[in-house]
Design a protein around this ligand. Structure first.
Ligand code: GAL
Length: 654
């Protein structure tokens, strides 16, 4: 991330798809953008068919015209390479571009993203278009950033076609060096799976029963890398032709299929698409989590909210509009949590196609609408907040996030089905409620900046990383480890010296057996002298103390009375907690009150009333996510904040 940083003013605008409209609409678009305070437009995301109407025949004139108009209006451009949706002529001429599902179904054209990440034909055509775009627009006055492809893996994150199979074999050759190495790593002595050569290996296609788990995990790793390779092939051209223009591609929050730690390293700035569901009571929480994740992926650097819906989306069963004020509030939540820009999908609502009922900043009903007016208000706010750009945010708590563990927990033949994203969210929620900032951190840290490190279900992890985590507690900090951590090594072999590997002795426990209980009734619960009664679900474990103190025991089942929550105090005064069950959100909050000290009651009261308070730089953002007006005092200031609205104040702690 060494390139030109994002600069003020804060980005404000959205995807602009002028090719869907006759050119006489374009000037009206731009005039209305100016009126709304738009500073940036993402152009060209789905323009391939318009830019290259037939093989090798490029038509840039319309885009020249659009970019000129935007530049003349002082609006910057986040220019897409245009490769997200191959035109019909390409897949018609070259069906090898098309992706194939694990059941062998070829996905056809007529929607979007119909390419296999490993198709050499697709890559050849995509890089040719990228080069043409870079050469034509690399010095354009409106160009602020490159937007490579779009939402990699959104629809097709794994393809099982012939070329993907070949690329998978090469990836495995590179990883294991020899077929013996692979046989050993995959444990192919089991069920007669021994391979004689790499040529015999196939992707984990539909099979009679459970596939080799390491084969499946390696295919997940490979598939994330294959898309990353594709990104790299475009980014390399952009870096060659336009070395000073920053590059991004838009992420999708806490997204399972791609290992964003590996991806984020390749971007000049991180950007995110965020579509919280207005009908979901957890929406403010999941949005906050995504914001903090984006900041973490960029190691604290400012990021851009690249897409959000101004109101309703079109792809849920029932698409509830955002209530008045809430889009602005979510935008400001992003800024407060480290974003230096807020963009939308999209500028003008489409008349035709699959997204005609997806909201836009300029709706079908025109500019005289609450959606457009709210956009203009947000544009005004962002201008006022301009000097927040670049301001860093520091967190004292880290939650470890790991895609290998996520993919492993999704596999068949595990002790129980566990929802990794939900586990992370539950722990994040407890800190959110306390008003404490959280960073997400990969398994190898660094951890030294944090007072508390939480490790939810880090099932697949090396001994070295377990030792690194142990050092957190040994260095006098608080380490909180949950069930299903440290079970498997990266080849999915069970740790040789027992569950939890080298971490076990630092936690002061011995883990003998898993005892999932299922997440329906009966629920389980645990009780401790200090912790009191805590509700839990899904999971019990048979533990023995080996140096830890007992904080709570199970209340029910054959494990009643045996350890459920333990803590080992380290020589340097650190605490190493182990939680052998899935605590409910309330119970996690109560555990944190004991482990870290009571939460600030004012912050918790605000949170429980639906109020989120966030400081960044010289600003304080007080967001009312609830459906009723909130009146109360914050730091002696009397406030009255309407439903779904945000009040921006000076930050008293600045
Ligand atoms: C995103 C995509 C946009 C648009 C939007 C609709 O997945 O990047 O192009 O389709 O969703 O919500």
């Amino acid at each position: 991330m060494s390139r030109r940083p994002l600069a003020p003013p804060l980005w404000f605008g959205g995807d602009y798809n002028p090719e869907q409209w006759p050119s006489d609409v374009w000037q009206e678009d731009i005039d209305l953008m100016v009126r709304a305070g738009v500073t940036m437009a993402t152009v060209g995301v789905f323009s391939w068919a318009a830019l290259e109407p037939s093989d090798g025949r490029f038509d840039f004139e319309w885009l020249d015209d659009v970019l000129e108009r935007l530049e003349a209006a002082g609006i910057g451009v986040d220019l897409a390479t245009g490769t997200a949706s191959p035109p019909p002529w390409l897949t018609h001429e070259h069906p090898d571009v098309l992706p194939v599902t694990r059941d062998g179904v070829t996905l056809g054209s007529g929607s979007r993203q119909q390419y296999s990440p490993s198709s050499s034909t697709y890559r050849r055509y995509a890089t040719r278009l990228t080069r043409a775009m870079a050469e034509r627009y690399g010095t354009h006055g409106a160009l602020r950033a490159w937007h490579v492809n779009n939402e990699y893996g959104c629809h097709v994150s794994r393809s099982y076609d012939r070329e993907s199979a070949a690329a998978f074999r090469n990836w495995l050759r590179e990883r294991y060096g020899s077929i013996d190495g692979l046989n050993d790593a995959w444990g192919t002595a089991f069920w007669s799976q021994r391979y004689g050569s790499f040529d015999e290996i196939e992707p984990p296609r539909a099979a009679p029963t459970t596939l080799n788990p390491t084969q499946v995990l390696d295919f997940d790793r490979f598939s994330s890398d294959a898309l990353l390779e594709l990104f790299r092939s475009e980014a390399a051209i952009l870096r060659e032709v336009t070395p000073d223009v920053p590059i991004t591609t838009n992420f999708m929050g806490l997204f399972g299929p791609l290992d964003y730690w590996r991806w984020a390293r390749e971007l000049d700035f991180v950007s995110d698409d965020s579509y919280p569901d207005p009908a979901d009571p957890d929406a403010p929480l999941t949005a906050a989590l995504s914001r903090d994740l984006m900041r973490s992926l960029g190691h604290g650097k400012p990021w851009v909210l690249m897409e959000q819906a101004p109101s309703a989306v079109n792809w849920r069963g029932s698409n509830r509009p955002k209530p008045p004020g809430w889009n602005r509030s979510l935008a400001l939540q992003a800024v407060a949590r480290g974003a230096d820009g807020v963009m939308h999908f999209q500028w003008r609502q489409s008349r035709k196609g699959a997204e005609k009922f997806h909201s836009a900043l300029l709706p079908h009903a025109g500019a005289n609408t609450r959606v457009y007016e709210e956009a203009a208000e947000l544009g005004h706010d962002l201008r006022r907040l301009g000097d927040i750009a670049g301001t860093k945010i520091h967190a004292r708590t880290a939650i470890v996030l790991d895609w290998d563990s996520w993919w492993t927990l999704q596999q068949e033949a595990m002790p129980a089905n566990l929802d990794y994203a939900a586990l992370l969210t539950d722990w994040y929620q407890a800190f959110w409620r306390r008003g404490e900032r959280v960073d997400f951190v990969p398994t190898d840290g660094p951890f030294d900046a944090y007072d508390t490190v939480v490790v939810p279900a880090l099932v697949t992890v090396t001994d070295e990383d377990l030792s690194r985590l142990a050092a957190v507690a040994e260095d006098g900090k608080t380490l909180i480890v949950t069930f299903q951590t440290g079970v498997l090594d990266p080849t999915l072999g069970v740790h040789r010296d027992g569950y939890l590997g080298p971490l076990a002795k630092h936690l002061g426990i011995r883990l003998l057996e898993f005892a999932p209980t299922g997440n329906s009734s009966p629920k389980t619960s645990v009780t401790g002298t200090v912790l009191g009664h805590l509700d839990a679900t899904n999971w019990q474990e048979h533990l023995e103390l080996a140096g830890a103190v007992l904080e709570a025991t199970f209340d029910d089942g054959w494990l009643a009375g045996s350890p459920a929550v333990t803590r080992r105090e380290t020589a340097s005064g650190g605490d190493a907690w182990y939680i052998a069950t899935q605590l409910t959100r309330d119970s996690i909050a109560r555990l944190l009150d004991t482990a870290l000290g009571a939460a600030d009651p004012t912050v918790v009261r605000l949170h429980d009333a639906g109020i989120e308070l966030i400081d960044r730089g010289r600003f304080r953002f007080i967001i009312n996510h609830s459906a009723s007006t909130w009146a109360g005092k914050v730091d002696d200031i009397e406030l009255m904040i309407p439903a779904w609205s945000t009040q921006i104040l000076e930050n008293p702690t600045h």
